[in-house]
Design a binder for this molecule. Structure first.
Ligand code: BG6
Length: 484
């Protein structure tokens, strides 16, 4: 096998985390930083500095950091953890005080060993706080000689198309586009990038993945977990904005876009935006199913009369030459039977199959999580003199080989390196909001047309009404999860 370079941080760096005491940072970011240290991917001089309003000493922040790593990792590499914690610091400041940012810069200069470095600001705060941080970061100069400050902003990018445009205007006012890294962690997942590679590196898939052969596409992003204490955030956004607008639409883009002519970030963004712009939601009142798990409105800080959906299923159409008339079904939800993220393509029956009653369609199941796997569902002859069939499932896990790394770690190293290909641009974000705004219009409680909110039991596959969405078209959700 070709030797793949092992990606390490290309420069010394300081990563400052706004909202460092919040749950997102502890859940995803801290473990990723630990992984980079453990695998020897860090530069000689790296500093992680938390910035938040909560007053705290370095020691207390290090404890928080350590706790999140021990919670995530069974066999902690103590030497790596020690090395990491020695490079972790904390600064308590207000987000809207210029004086605090000036003091913060002084503190950075004290802890940084060399001025030759990349500085990155990571936003782990609610979007409502972004503007004041942008203004102050721009006023107090955090650029280094090596490069201008880099901003890492996690989805959701705005609340709808108009707020996403506002966010862009705010960023444009203070920063150059190349300073901004818009992060959707699904793009750091090998399994998600692999969708595009699988399609275009294998002619059997390249030739089959189009409207001539595919009868319908199903994308599932199911989660077993509930809202994990993020009541204020989640109740404001709901599952469409939290999961579908970003992660699910990105999966769709990789699955259905044309291969870019060049392997550049810009060419990929453009093809993604093109396919996202071609998504259509026809007859929304028949194409959206909303659900809420039982007990959601008893969760801490959730209003008793909350109408926020924790589950959504949608039928979309792709107005794209490759996929015209192929229905695309999406479902995503919390508190479901299983964590399962997968793409299923069902194929149109050949006339031999059509003559047989009750034979399942041929399918390709590309499972992205909990582990990557590709499965082909074929029909094979039943033994005997009759012309009957039974289903044969053949497939295997796709083990990552080469330079394998978790998603946040990979994306952080790319920011240090100034690589932008795995980040989003506003063209595709706007395209994603356009279709989501249309769906959201039928889901927002303020909307008179709000679709019914079905209640579903925890640990199930969501509301039964979601099955109807496919049944009307003569299809069924693929629910035979590998490992069941
Ligand atoms: C986040 C959402 O972006 O993705 C969470 O805000 C969700 O609600 C999470 O649980 C899922 O990510 P993953 O990588 O666990 O599939």
């Amino acid at each position: 096998m070709k030797k793949i370079p092992f990606q390490t941080a290309a420069h010394n760096f300081t990563l400052f985390i706004f909202g460092a005491s919040g749950s997102l940072a502890q859940l995803k970011l801290f473990p990723a930083i630990y992984e980079l240290v453990k695998e020897g991917r860090m530069p000689k001089d790296f500093k992680i500095v938390g910035y938040a309003r909560t007053p705290m000493e370095d020691a207390a922040f290090r404890k928080l950091f350590e706790k999140s790593i021990r919670k995530n990792e069974k066999n902690v590499d103590e030497a790596a953890l020690k090395k990491l914690l020695e490079n972790v610091f904390y600064f308590s400041g207000a987000y809207d005080s210029e004086a605090d940012y000036k003091n913060f810069l002084k503190r950075l200069k004290e802890v940084e060993e060399t001025p030759d470095r990349v500085r990155m600001a990571y936003f782990s705060v609610p979007p409502s706080v972004f503007p004041e941080i942008f203004t102050n970061l721009a006023k107090v100069n955090f650029n280094t000689k090596r490069c201008a400050l880099r901003l890492v902003i996690e989805k959701p990018f705005g609340y709808d198309l108009s707020s996403a445009k506002k966010l862009k205007r705010k960023l444009d006012k203070h920063f150059k586009p190349e300073q901004v890294y818009l992060l959707d962690h699904y793009l750091g997942k090998e399994a998600v990038s692999n969708l595009l590679s699988l399609r275009y590196a294998n002619s059997i898939l390249t030739n089959l993945f189009n409207r001539e052969y595919v009868s319908n596409i199903q994308i599932s992003a199911l989660e077993e977990k509930d809202i994990e204490g993020r009541a204020n955030y989640f109740d404001n956004v709901g599952i469409l904005r939290d999961m579908v607008q970003s992660h699910v639409l990105q999966i769709i883009a990789y699955l259905t876009m044309y291969a870019p002519k060049e392997q550049t970030g810009e060419a990929i963004h453009h093809q993604k935006a093109r396919v996202l712009n071609s998504l259509r939601l026809d007859k929304p009142y028949e194409s959206i199913v909303r659900g809420q798990y039982k007990g959601y409105n008893k969760e801490k800080d959730i209003p008793a009369d909350s109408q926020t959906e924790t589950y959504a299923a949608l039928k979309l159409r792709i107005k794209h030459p490759l996929w015209k008339d192929v229905p695309l079904y999406i479902r995503s939800g919390k508190c479901l039977k299983k964590k399962w993220t997968a793409v299923v393509l069902e194929f149109k029956p050949h006339e031999v199959q059509e003559k047989q009653s009750n034979v399942p369609p041929n399918r390709i199941v590309i499972q992205l999580q909990p582990y990557e796997k590709i499965e082909f569902h074929l029909l094979t002859k039943l033994g005997g003199k009759t012309f009957d069939f039974h289903e044969l499932t053949t497939g295997r896990p796709i083990y990552c080989s080469g330079d394998c790394l978790g998603e946040h770690g990979r994306l952080l190293l790319d920011v240090v390196d100034g690589k932008r290909g795995l980040f989003l641009n506003f063209e595709e974000i706007f395209a994603a909001w356009k279709i989501m705004d249309r769906a959201q219009h039928w889901c927002d409680k303020e909307s008179k047309k709000c679709a019914e909110l079905h209640s579903y039991a925890r640990g199930t596959l969501g509301p039964k009404a979601a099955d109807e969405l496919l049944r009307k078209d003569g299809f069924t959700w693929f629910n035979a999860f590998p490992n069941d």
